[in-house]
Design a protein around this ligand. Structure first.
Ligand SMILES: Nc1ncnc2c1ncn2[C@@H]1O[C@H](COP(=O)(O)OP(=O)(O)OP(=O)(O)O)[C@@H](O)[C@H]1O
Length: 629
């Protein structure tokens, strides 16, 4: 059975008007993507339609001159033949132009679609990524963006081409024999209706299976990408995940079978209907000929045109199918782009200075979207410029959330974060972030060179390698980066040729170097030493003050030995501040901080309250109370 969550399908919105809107939106999309290419292709198509009309008229004239009685002199048909051949050449040229420029138009549409997605995604804040609507729309549009633009352009171009030729041949037919022209229209009805029904069935299928498809793509990635490979193997998850993937595929296959059955029925009805009409028109042709209404030449022309007409009709139907398969892209994209105005609204605001006197967190509460309980509740405290403030507390107490609010990544739901009395909501979020250097617990490991991995901390800064190395040195990364096969130019990813991976602790030092490299007055370090060895951790905290002299540092750490030197320690519990003071005052207060500190320190103490020491160790056995400030 497929998980019920996976089967939550977006309701299928059907209706003819909706499909017409999709055509209009698709034309607009392709037009925006490449006006020049669009005009060239459209021009070539119109030329082709006109040429088809000329071709039919010329054919009819030649046939009339040859078989219309009296016989034609060879010179009489020479001009027709020349025009006929020239028109054929024109058609061939137009077809080549369409084929060439269609490829460019497909490429341009793909770029345009991706660019629009990136544009909107870049405007989105972290809060938006937690929003199910945003996430859902983003996932859908991402899935379509890869393959659908080419199909969409193909469907539209092919459709336009077929329709133009259809109209041209129909006008020619009407000129030759209006009654037959009208009868031929009758072929159009069953073929078109049956054919477009096929496309609609696919459209519905694609919508119904879209959410399941996202899960399919997700599971496939877990089974095939390097990031997941380690855990999937360590937990022997491959079979479990593969079975889940198979169940989704079976579900999809089942739906596809149903859809194909519906398509088959539509096709049968359509071809049966069209054959009946074509047969009736053929009988009509013979009757008109016998009654002397049509000449042999006219009959031959009409028969030829009819063949061309039905061929193009079939092409048109196939193109409609292609289009309807790709049409969800247009809807997905439209829905996603509709989010842009609300995202853009988050961005306006004052420009902050390049320094500040104090940050005031005033009665701030924050609940994540969809969460049952607040991550922060009525939090108030002040950080003075140049202070080193540590945030401590147990897992889930709200430390990282508070750091994200300080960095302007989330706005508080109530209360305010004030920078020198200006509410952070009124400050341009992008510009405020220029003032902040953050090292997250789950920092990114860019598959770039070592140098770029550090430079990315401040892309606007134009400095020589020395400054990059200085940041690396401060983070204790210079030695191992210099020793890499290509030094700082070494690509830090084994997934690329000549790339190399680092250990987690080494990566953490690179990420630290990135934060050092950024000249920001506020530095937020969320568990910066989680993967550092004891010596590196010690060196980091011994040098924090020196490195960040004059800057404000917010430090989150579970290692109490590292936070005790902070100017102030803020203790969080269940989203609330329960203690706030220096190490000494908190220890003597005997609250949660003192309890956690003592608990951690006791791991290093022997029964007598002294630090464990190996026998023969030269170090002095340190004795004394761990609660000393
Ligand atoms: N994106 C999110 N959506 C919903 N809830 C979240 C999200 N991120 C965190 N939370 C919840 O908010 C609460 C606070 O999380 P936060 O990450 O701030 O804790 P923390 O103190 O940094 O924990 P840790 O020490 O484990 O890093 C937790 O209950 C967590 O489950």
């Amino acid at each position: 059975m497929v998980d019920s969550g996976m089967l939550l399908a977006t309701p299928v919105r059907s209706g003819r008007r909706r499909r017409f809107r999709a055509v209009g939106a698709a034309v607009r999309l392709v037009w925006q993507a490449g006006r020049r290419e669009f005009l060239i292709v459209a021009g070539a198509q119109v030329a082709m339609g006109f040429a088809t009309f000329v071709l039919i008229v010329q054919a009819q004239q030649v046939l009339t001159k040859l078989f219309g009685g009296g016989g034609a002199a060879p010179g009489g048909i020479a001009l027709n033949v020349v025009v006929f051949l020239a028109t054929n050449v024109l058609i061939a040229v137009a077809q080549s132009i369409i084929a060439n420029w269609r490829t460019v138009l497909q490429e341009r549409t793909g770029i345009h679609v991706c660019d629009e997605i990136i544009k909107v995604t870049c405007l989105a804040e972290l809060d938006d990524f937690d929003d199910a609507t945003f996430h859902d729309r983003l996932q859908r549009v991402q899935a379509s963006a890869l393959s659908r633009p080419a199909q969409l352009v193909n469907g539209l171009v092919q459709q336009a081409q077929s329709l133009i030729v259809l109209i041209a041949s129909w006008v020619a037919l009407m000129l030759i024999q209006p009654v037959l022209g009208l009868c031929v229209l009758a072929v159009f009805i069953p073929v078109w209706i049956g054919g477009t029904r096929r496309g609609e069935h696919y459209f519905e299928f694609a919508h119904e299976t879209a959410p399941v498809d996202r899960n399919r793509v997700y599971l496939f990635a877990q089974l095939t990408t390097r990031d997941a490979a380690k855990e999937v193997r360590a937990f022997n998850l491959a079979d479990h995940l593969r079975n889940r993937w198979r169940r989704i595929m079976d579900f999809r296959l089942e739906n596809m079978r149903t859809m194909l059955g519906k398509q088959l029925r539509s096709s049968l009805i359509s071809s049966l209907g069209s054959n009946v009409v074509v047969g009736a028109v053929a009988v009509g042709l013979v009757v008109l000929y016998q009654r002397g209404v049509l000449t042999v030449a006219e009959m031959a022309t009409v028969a030829g045109t009819l063949v061309l007409f039905t061929q193009r009709l079939t092409d048109s139907v196939m193109a409609a199918n292609d289009f309807f398969e790709a049409a969800p892209l247009v809807e997905d994209l439209q829905e996603f782009l509709e989010l842009e105005p609300s995202l853009r609204a988050n961005r306006d605001g004052h420009s902050p200075g390049t320094s500040f006197g104090a940050i005031r967190v005033d009665d701030v509460s924050f609940t994540y979207q969809g969460a049952q309980r607040p991550a922060l509740e009525n939090v108030s405290f002040t950080i003075g410029s140049g202070e080193v403030v540590a945030l401590v507390g147990e897992n889930g107490s709200g430390k990282t959330t508070l750091a994200k609010l300080l960095a302007g990544l989330y706005p508080p739901r109530s209360g305010s974060v004030r920078i020198d009395d200006v509410d952070l909501r009124d400050i341009d979020a992008r510009q405020w972030r220029e003032n902040v250097a953050v090292l997250f617990q789950d920092f990114l490991k860019y598959a770039f060179s070592a140098e770029e991995n550090i430079r990315i901390g401040s892309t606007g800064k134009k400095t020589d390698l020395d400054e990059v190395r200085a940041a690396a040195r401060a983070a204790g990364a210079d030695d191992f980066l210099s020793a890499l096969p290509h030094g700082y130019e070494t690509l830090l990813s084994p997934q690329f040729a000549r790339g190399q991976d680092l250990s987690l602790g080494q990566w953490q030092r690179v990420a630290l170097a990135r934060a050092f490299y950024r000249d920001a007055p506020l530095v937020i370090l969320d568990e910066p030493s989680a993967s550092l060895d004891a010596r590196a951790e010690r060196a980091l905290f011994d040098s924090v003050r020196e490195l960040y002299a004059g800057r404000t540092v917010v430090l989150i750490s579970h290692r109490f030995s590292t936070v005790r030197t902070a100017d102030r320690i803020v203790v969080l519990k269940d989203g609330r501040i329960i203690e706030n003071g220096t190490h000494a005052t908190l220890m003597s207060a005997g609250g949660l901080y003192a309890e956690l500190f003592t608990m951690q320190a006791s791991g290093f103490l022997d029964e007598d309250g002294g630090l464990f020491a190996e026998e023969g160790d030269d170090d002095v056995l340190i004795r004394g109370s761990v609660t000393d400030g």
